[in-house]
Design a protein around this ligand. Structure first.
Ligand SMILES: *Cc1c(COP(=O)(O)O)cnc(C)c1O
Length: 430
């Protein structure tokens, strides 16, 4: 039997008591909020050791989310690429279609055990909001989602989903009326009433204990995948790959392999319109150390230390900062941070759809794109495990409009293999 939550992830047992991963992480919040964070940290410390909490979470994971998610050997993609074998950890098959439900269930269950009546959060494109609204509906808590007014207009289907699930969607009109303003509004609301409600952060970011807690709830991905790879291929994978927005799906799968020094680990950042432009979110390339949203990390900033706008075709990857454990793993060189452009992600999106019948989220497509590159590089006989963090249903309208399907003939994929498919797409320009 595997542990549901892996609390002994790193040989160095990260984070420390104050929430530091090396010099990153910690908690940089006003005093009133610090008291609240201390309360959450203490509650999590206690509850995460409680067998009845772990049993309840395990049962929900199995009977509600549909865990364990399978690992799938992508044979047609592997053959088309002509290199290492590519395996996919199918988080896209979870209820609600992505990994976010893993931490949403954990957070809302924690809230319930703490006696809270309401969970609150910010959301950008609405994915975190929908996952939290789902968990709140399931467990009978109220749910307030703060969302920039601009995003409310752009993301109508997710706004409807949240409302149908019984959440209150609160449009935020201050500032640029986008994610950053939604974060500010949600924190303000939290400070107004930290007793009956609790803030649920949507990735391995924010003040302690969130990077630790969200990682632990996501670690089920890696624990399962490690066993699945051992039973399917008889050994550990040679490489593990995940896309990195805040970094939760990546920490979830990476955590089980950190001590396996022969397993190379790669985080894939969004290179957007290219590394030579400002239209990307490559924090490990362009980021400098500083404090953002209550924790220390690398983030993309101006000379005054203010976060700069960042960009990715995948809204889930478009964040100026990155989780503190990623910063630490980068510095000690345990994880290599690579990147994939918008175009490479769309190519991978089509390739996986055509060759495997799996439409991946544009976020996950970044990991697939890098896997294809690495598979060629390391060659036949090696195994690559990719975390397929979510399904692409949410992205299909956008992709069809911006990268028209008429320009991507399925025959090019099947007949000529991946190289020709890529050069075919590239020759269309876009
Ligand atoms: C939100 C999201 C991401 C990015 O978030 P992480 O915290 O970096 O995992 C990646 N993939 C999907 C499908 C998402 O919804």
């Amino acid at each position: 039997m595997t542990n549901l939550i892996n609390r002994e992830i790193d040989t160095e047992n990260m984070p420390d008591k104050k929430g530091y991963f090396g010099e990153y992480g910690g908690s940089f919040v006003p005093e009133a909020l610090q008291r609240v964070m201390d309360e959450v940290a203490a509650a999590y410390e206690e509850i995460s050791q409680d067998p009845s909490f772990l049993a309840e979470l395990r049962e929900l994971n199995e009977t509600y989310t549909g865990r364990p998610s399978p690992v799938y050997h992508a044979k047609r993609l592997t053959a088309a690429v002509g290199g290492a074998d590519i395996y996919l950890k199918r988080e896209d098959l979870n209820h609600t279609g992505a990994h976010k439900i893993n931490h949403a269930l954990g957070e809302v269950l924690l809230a319930k055990r703490m006696g809270k009546k309401k969970v609150i959060a910010e959301t950008g494109a609405g994915q975190h909001g929908v996952a939290l609204a789902t968990a709140a509906a399931l467990l009978g808590l109220d749910c307030d989602i703060y969302m920039g007014a601009v995003d409310v207009r752009k993301e109508a289907p997710n706004v409807s989903r949240m409302k149908i699930l019984g959440a209150r969607v609160i449009p935020v009109t201050s500032g640029t009326a986008t994610l950053k303003d939604a974060v500010d509004a949600a924190f303000k609301a939290y400070l107004n009433d930290p007793v009956t409600q609790i803030y649920c952060i949507g990735s391995v970011v924010g003040p302690h204990p969130f990077p630790e807690m969200v990682r632990d709830f996501q670690s089920v991905i890696g624990i399962e995948a490690r066993e699945q790879m051992l039973s399917m291929s008889g050994r550990l994978p040679d490489a593990v790959i995940a896309c990195v927005g805040g970094g939760s799906n990546a920490m979830g799968i990476f955590s089980a392999f950190l001590d396996d020094k022969d397993v190379a680990i790669y985080g894939v950042e969004p290179a957007g319109k290219g590394l030579d432009t400002n239209m990307n979110a490559v924090r490990m390339v362009r980021g400098k150390k500083g404090v953002l949203h209550g924790f220390k990390c690398y983030f993309i900033q101006d000379e005054k230390g203010e976060a700069l706008p960042v960009y990715s075709i995948a809204s889930g990857l478009d964040y100026p900062g990155i989780g503190p454990q990623h910063c630490y793993l980068h510095d000690i060189k345990r994880v290599r941070y690579e990147s994939a452009t918008d175009r490479e992600a769309v190519e991978a999106f089509y390739a996986l759809s055509r060759m495997e019948g799996i439409i991946p989220a544009l976020e996950s497509s970044h990991a697939v794109a890098y896997a294809v590159k690495l598979a060629k590089e390391i060659g036949k006989g090696k195994n690559i495990l990719v975390n397929l963090s979510g399904r692409g249903d949410k992205d299909i309208d956008f992709v069809m409009e911006s990268y028209p399907i008429s320009e991507y003939e399925p025959e090019d994929v099947v007949k000529d293999g991946y190289d020709e498919f890529l050069s075919h797409i590239q020759s269309k320009g876009n």
